[in-house]
Design a protein around this ligand. Structure first.
Ligand code: NAD
Length: 415
């Protein structure tokens, strides 16, 4: 069995392969294989019980050749620097795939937000914003939510940033509440983008969506909105899971009712009329379309052989390891890679940043139409590169992204 790669090593494997495939000069890989800047801070917080805890936090700028870095903030107990670096690099590639004028960044705090009170969460977020204020900015690095963070956390971050810098610049962070300059359509955007790319792939590879059995892993923001879109387009949601368990019903599950159940009980587990399954089981149940939308490294050399879907739309970042990917490829399963499939969120975050800078706001229909246009174009560009180089869509996406980043680095005189 080959060595288990970390997320950072996994993305380097892909970048090296693509760099060789394109015949790029070694300087390109040399630059992108090292993040531009890493800020690591400790955040001492007074807890509600009077004790003090110090939380480890990061912010990373991977590459800013194409513009300010952009990427989410993750609150997660097992957060580590290696994964954060990989997530920052994936943002560089993702932003290039959808042709946004951004580089890639990421950040987060090693904490379990579910175990913090609202007051503790606010103090921790404000401490983080104050500590990294000099490292972010509307023309420097623009955070957004990711796993474990939400619009309220963006609002606290924004407020603290204003206090520290003395500047009102709503474009410093995206996916804010609407009243604070957030964009309509942002909450649903990633799942909506997952669906738009699936529609394009369904046309290209003749895998119908109407009547398809769809399985989703990780019933959070991305999976829920993807499931809603598939359901409303006539597909059947047959399985879903979260960190506490999963559910299966071959006749279909109503995604709205499932979310109501999760909100009430804290998990999809025990949803009436369904068989209880494990957190990873949605990956291998009988289905036509699979949306892994939980965390990285879920489809691996160990379980990829059991995947039954005809098409995988990667809602999560890095859900498939290179080993797993090799097996999916041999099985001729169509994989719409993360850096294309889940780019809808950052695309609407970009729209939010644009609206903040103009001070003029679009309707939800305008946002949705622009998002569909961007996702369709990105799918077309990726598909063209995949055909040109006779590779799968993942490599097609990396060819497109690395080509665009390399061109920017060359023009700026870095290589
Ligand atoms: P979220 O916190 O709303 O949801 C994550 C879900 O995954 C939760 O339901 C959680 O219980 C579940 N989960 C965690 N570990 C699991 C496991 N081992 N098995 C099954 N389920 C598990 O987060 P989200 O915003 O929906 O993000 C999900 C993924 O999508 C992440 O990889 C994130 O980086 C990626 N992503 C999110 C966005 C966005 O706009 N929210 C954009 C692009 C990519």
């Amino acid at each position: 069995m080959s060595k288990k790669l970390s997320p950072w090593e996994s993305q380097l494997v892909n970048i090296k392969k693509v760099s060789d495939l394109m015949g790029l000069e070694p300087a390109v890989y040399e630059v992108v294989s090292k993040p531009k800047a890493i800020l690591q801070v400790s955040l001492p917080i007074k807890m509600d019980d009077g004790s003090v805890r110090s939380f480890q936090a990061f912010r990373i700028h991977h590459n800013d050749a194409r513009g300010p870095t952009k990427g989410g903030i993750r609150y997660y107990p097992h957060l580590d620097l290696d994964t954060e670096k990989a997530l920052a690099a994936w943002m560089t590639w993702k932003n290039a795939v959808v042709n946004l004028p951004y580089g890639g960044g990421k950040g987060g705090i090693a904490c379990d937000p579910k175990k913090l009170s609202k007051g503790e969460l606010e103090r921790l977020t404000r401490a983080y914003a104050a500590a990294i204020a000099w490292f972010v900015g509307v023309d420097l690095d623009i955070p957004a939510p990711d796993v474990g963070t939400n619009a309220q956390i963006m609002a606290w971050f924004m407020d603290e940033y204003y206090k520290v810098t003395g500047r009102i610049s709503p474009g410093v962070i995206t996916a804010k509440p609407i009243v604070l300059g957030g964009s309509l359509g942002r909450t649903a955007a990633t799942g909506r983008g997952v669906f738009f790319t699936a529609v394009e792939a369904s046309k290209a590879f003749k895998i119908p969506i109407k009547g398809a059995a769809v399985s989703v892993q990780g019933y959070g923001n991305v999976a829920y909105h993807a499931a809603l879109n598939f359901h409303d387009a006539g597909a059947k949601i047959v399985a879903a899971s979260d960190s506490r368990g999963g559910v299966y019903n071959k006749d279909g599950i109503d995604p709205r009712k499932l979310m109501e159940h999760k909100k009430k009980t804290g998990s999809v587990k025990g949803f009436p009329g369904c068989e209880d399954i494990g957190t990873k089981d949605p990956l291998t149940v009988d289905c036509d379309i699979l949306v892994p939308a939980a965390m990285e490294n879920m489809i691996t050399g160990e379980n990829a052989g059991d995947v039954k879907a005809k098409m995988i739309v990667e809602g999560a970042n890095g859900p498939t390891t290179p080993d797993g990917d090799g097996i999916l490829n041999e099985k001729k399963i169509i994989v719409i890679p993360d850096i294309l499939a889940n780019a809808g969120g950052v695309t609407v975050s970009y729209f939010e940043w644009v609206q903040n800078r103009m001070g003029y706001y679009w309707t939800e229909e305008e946002v949705d139409q622009r998002l569909e246009r961007v996702m369709k174009q990105a799918f077309k560009d990726v598909h063209e590169q995949a055909e040109k180089y006779k590779v799968n869509l993942r490599y097609g996406a990396y060819v497109l992204a690395l080509g665009r980043v390399a061109e920017a680095m060359k023009l700026r005189g870095w290589i």
